[in-house]
Write a protein that binds this ligand. Sequence first.
Ligand code: GUN
Ligand code: ZN
Length: 488
Amino acid sequence: MTIKFEIIDKDIAARIGKITCGHKTITTPALLPVINPHIPLITPAEMQQMGIEALITNAYIISKSSEYRELAQKDGLHKMLDFDGVIMTDSGSFQLSVYGEVEISNAETLSFQQSIKSDIIVPLDIPTHPDTEREVTEKELNITMERLREAQMIVDHENHTLAAPVQGGVYTDLRERVAHTVSKMGFAFCPIGAVVPLMEAYRYRELVDVVMAAKRGLSPSICVHLFGAGHPVMFALAAAMGCDLFDSAAYALYAKEGRYMTTHGSHKIDELKYLPCACEVCRTHTAVELREDPKRDQLLARHNLLVTLAELDRIRQAILDGTLWELVDERCRSHPQLLNGYRQLLSYAPELAKSDRRTKRRFFYRGAESTKRTEVLQYHTMVEHLSLGKTVLITLENRPPHQEYDTILYFKPPFGPYIPYLAETFPIGQSEIPEWDEDMVRSGCRGIVSLVNTHPNSKITVLSRERWRSIIMEMVATCKGDVSYEFV
Ligand code: GUN
Ligand code: ZN
């Protein structure tokens, strides 16, 4: 059966969703841990107890294994792995991207994935490396699309969901175009592919461009999977762009290398004296005990996975509350390249603002980046529709004016002018700001500019203290309308 995807809550482009696959469900955003049956640091049954609803395994590795191939075909993957949640299988494309060649055809992997009763199957897409020139990228993309069409014909849609990987390298027009094509082809589940080299090289700015381009082409009802994203430090950023699922072997690969994950980055366990985590492993071991334990890898894998699961719950709660921008802001301060990614995402705020929700639990100002948030842009659009009298005062000072005006507006940066009756509504009433700084006042002045430009019949006066004179003059100079100033 093809999965059903129901969106329950939204923030920025992130969604809390419910995937239904037969009688099984997955709450998104979610991580599908990668299971390598040869090296189970945590068994699928243990994962199920930890609340994991879906996992991913590699059909190519199973098909090449004398130990597992027949077992999987006889009993099915769910029995073999002892996991009755959703199981997704990957085709071997990742091996293709690493080793250059695989001994399997598209038709063969599809039929094998069906024979082992995978819930979500992936065709043999070509993960084009981001440094590939455009001509080659296009050629490979055409092959991927050809295989996708072939897959759509072959696959038994009654019993399996066929994933449609979106490739296209770093060429955003290609990403958007194929995303649009797979939407029209009726796919419900789309992974965004070949992003691992971008993430490994901390190329988060390009990652944002690639994902935003793909998302622009994908219908909002499609469940979006970010292939190979497994470090919790970047989940908030990816979720904010509208990625619903992640998969990764990172929790296990890192553990084998003695690396300890946190939501701010990773540490070598040998270099830690203290364990900054509340999970069961960290509360029952000291750092020394953990690194000397014969089961170190298993314990680290468990910690890494628990950290990841906690972050996903934190993201879900942030989506519910409408505070995801603040979590993205916090996480993306962990590495300068993530900050680049965050700033790049903010550059898409005008397009994100159109679909972002209108009311949230709160808005906390966290510095200059906050002035670029969707809520601020939405506010600047909203003021265009305020109805004003002929004479209007916008006062940055909290005291009554000397003169009479038809309309008096107060001012709250980074939003801008507001009518007193909006004082209790979002975002004016629910925003907490520190002492005014230049960035937020400049942003608030953009609200004044929107207001002035859209109310040519009102004569508008801005009242402010001297302190803000230069910013107000600089900003309001760009207005088309008639504004006067009074500085006290
Ligand atoms: N795993 C990580 N990236 C990819 C990708 O682009 N395609 C497939 N099939 N698997 C992946
Ligand atoms: Zn821990």
